[in-house]
Design a protein around this ligand. Sequence first.
Ligand code: ADP
Length: 629
Amino acid sequence: MTDQSTMDGWRTGGSQAHYKALVDSAAAAILVIDDQGIILDANPFTHTLLGYEQQQLIGQDVACLMPPEHRGKHGQYVENYLATGQPNVIGTGRRVNARHRDGRLIPIHLAVSEVWIDERREFIGIMSDLSALTHAQATVQHERNRLKTIIDAIGNPVFVRELGGQYALANRACLQAVGADHVSQLADAFGRALPDGMRDTLNALDHQLTVDGEPVHIDVTLRDGRTFKLAKTLIHHLAGEPYAIVTVAYDATPLLQAMQEAERANQAKSDFLSAMSHELRTPLNSVLGYAQLLLKSPTQMLADDQRQYVDHIHQSGRHLLALINDVLDLAKIEAGQTVLHLTWYPVSALINDAIQTLSPLAERQNVSLQNCLPTEQEGELYVDPTRFKQILINLLSNAVKYNHPQGRVWVDAHTHHDSLTMTVNDTGIGIADDQLDGLFEPFNRLVAEDSLIEGAGVGLAVTYQLVTQMQGEIRVASQQGKGSAFSVTFPYRAKPHSSEPLVAEASDANIRLTQPHRVLYIDQGSHQQRLVSDCFEDWPLLTLHHAHDFSLAEAMTHRLAPSLFIIHGNDLARMPAHWTCLVENKPLITLGAEGQAHCSAATPDIRLQQPVSSTALAAAIQSLLEDRE
Ligand code: ADP
């Protein structure tokens, strides 16, 4: 370390040795020239920088180190300075090019100072190499140009605003979007384009962004009606300090217009659906109802062949109704009109229900149907029970339909963390690998197209949509000629320790009656129809008759003398006054959504909530009919 006395010695003593060491070791070329521009001395670095040995330079005109265009002017600069005292580079320093011995131009910083030695004027020129700096600056400029070209090529508006409020950059799309020619016009252009108050909102958002650093997203509708989605992000200096905000905008107007179009189309589809649902189901229910009436009429009324024809009408009508229900279901799901009631529901109840529903079909097809769930699988699934049952029935009925006589269908399940995967396995015809892609496409029946097996190719499409809407997953593994396994996965929780009555009640959907009964179900077109008729498939002693209006129901009541009425809540409100006598002394169950108000002349004995569960319906029927046996 140099102490103060040494420094003073340096300055005042003017130690030659010190100065020489300093000049010789300097990383800058140092030249001494006289007032004619003749080089008097040069330090060693001059060789490093410009390629000349000291001896080669001494006595030369300094102009030899200048680029050709400046050479002639050097004498002029010196003359000018000597005459006017106005310096050009003297005492100031500037960035110039020096000429290397091999002819290359080297960017340097030149600082010239004037010294007087024994009444002689001399100049000392210090040349620092700027090659690395110039190269770095050129690289930065190149990157900058490249970035600008890229940003300009982006079709979305992009602009950068410094935290002080100055707009620093805007791409072509941004200038075009607000009708500006240059970034300097951006503030005014925004002022014209933005609606009142929006500027303040954006400023507040920018401020918020600088405080918490979290990227901001906002939709902005301009005065002319266009809507842009903006994403704002903070830009930081290398040192980490934020200094500007970059905003990338996206013109969402066409998308929003398309969405409005789609919503309008969706609405039209919904209107069409509800009209079709009524227009198709109502007459079909009439056909089925009157066909049922004819079939139940006293034997002598119809000849045997006529009875057979009516039976055909009834069978085909039922098939058509199932098909219409499937197609309307699919259309409703696709239109986003399916309302799900997700709840925790016992697994065993769900599976038993579905298996019982499918047992008659399996028996007819000579296929065994087994529930292979371990008994301890007593937990609950988070699903819409009605829709889950629909899913399971679709999978089970396919497993039975696409099977061989003496084939097997079994349901098993395994849990993994918080989910349960339930698999419907069959030993049926299987599906070829190249067919799997089309499996969930609506109306695609794969190879079954040409078979006699009933179906419309809609069940799996509905199943897939329902599973997805319930946040579940569906997978299939199949081997042609060997069989298939369809798996669905849903959230699962183990059985709660407190024994909830629902579990005990829900696991028993059996009806223990000893005599046959007719049940008349009046429902003009609610979603419960299929569920209710599915439930009755399990109860051989009960026959369900369905009427879609009160006039048909009246005829059926007189002809069939039902033991029990089930009426949908919506229809109960429309019950004609004289019906009070018809239902008098007969048990009545009503179905309705929670909180649905029933106002009618007749008072139900039991009200069941929607969606109807087979266990609740079984319990209600059992309690109302067992006393009458
Ligand atoms: P559908 O049974 O009414 O034709 P789905 O949508 O339920 O319609 O099924 C689509 C097609 O997938 C069926 O037509 C059948 O070719 C095939 N498929 C579905 N399940 C099975 C299965 N378990 N085994 C073999 N093929 C099946």
